[in-house]
Design a protein around this ligand. Sequence first.
Ligand SMILES: Cc1cc2nc3c(=O)[nH]c(=O)nc-3n(C[C@H](O)[C@H](O)[C@H](O)COP(=O)(O)O)c2cc1C
Length: 402
Amino acid sequence: MKARRKGVAANSKRTPTVRRIRPAITPVPRPSWPGLLSPPGGRPGPASPPPSSPAASASSSAAAASSTAAQGGAPALDALGGRPVDLAVDLGRGLVLPNPVTVASGPFGYGVEVVDLADLSRLGGLVTRSTSLKPRSGQPAPRMAEVAAGLLLGMGPQNPGLEAVLDRCAGVWARWDVPVILSLCADSAGELGEAVRRLEGEAGIAGLEINLSCGGGGRGGVIPGLDADAAASYVAAARRGTDLPIIAKLTAQAPDVRAIARSVEHAGADAISAINTLPGLVPSADRSGPALGSVYGGLCGPAIRPIALRVVWEVAQAVDVPVIGVGGVACVDDVLDFLAVGASAVGVGVAALADPMLPVRLADELADACRALGARAVRDLVGTALPARPGPPSTRGAEWAR
Ligand SMILES: Cc1cc2nc3c(=O)[nH]c(=O)nc-3n(C[C@H](O)[C@H](O)[C@H](O)COP(=O)(O)O)c2cc1C
């Protein structure tokens, strides 16, 4: 937490972390946004949908509006004729996000650290840093390494423990408009259940996210997100202890994410978020060992976006609960891409660390994109790229099969 605040302080004499990492996560502009008006500050958008799809008719009305503008009329930014866009996202069990752009677990800590840097009330949701029942000190320094198109993080689930977090933050969250989703991590399903039961009667928590990349509950002590039974046991333990909405956060490390997704849905998850960081390694500058104190780090940023899009694509076809796409979101076209492959909402991770105002801007730009596309509700853009019938899984290795 401290390091991030120092990184963005205006008068800090330290090398500002956020400025250093910005080039690694800044979106690369695409050459054109076919048939649509370019969104402010965003890269150009996805390829045109097939002519028969709902997005195609929305796209053609936006194109018509655009051509009116090109013929000398007023700039036609609104194919809806001024009607409002419905941005709300229903994640189930009473958790309705005001818009689909959330901040993913981690970059904003517990929110209280960034109140002066971002207008939290305009976020779709804020997922806290993962918290365990007991305090955890995290990994030894160095904890960050910049890599092409991303960042390698070796922090571990450092946190002051659930009691301290509730003491310091729960009362503040209760006064906020933004839905605060508490991320929990645990070494076992039993420990998670205990943490969840401790939350009874706490105001200010809109939902829980279960970090399935953390803990040793899988077969042979591997992380629960790799094992369908272990993942289900975590979610079931949380489900038994609370009526709060539960989001299960998957890892792309699982060989078949569809099996894990079905398993957590069956165990009572109301929504699924995907993905967490992916393990990577870089050597130190003098190549005498690994750069990070933790040896391995979690890779995040644009480098992992196609993996996250693939996972959302597969999970959205496997389950009926809403999916939150996380991984490399840095501009509005990334948001549109995630919606197209089946995400109902997105989580902004490391890009929010570099630019804390980005998530709010993305929500505004998404509303503009909906208007340009003629979409009255953001849910109209969900799943437009998905096949009519479930397609083959990535485990089949389709790119090598022909
Ligand atoms: C500084 C930082 C801290 C993070 N802490 C957590 C965490 O506590 N729990 C968790 O589930 N994910 C954590 N993540 C992972 C993000 O929530 C997200 O899944 C991942 O970074 C991929 O998204 P991105 O590419 O947009 O960063 C963290 C990410 C960052 C950048």
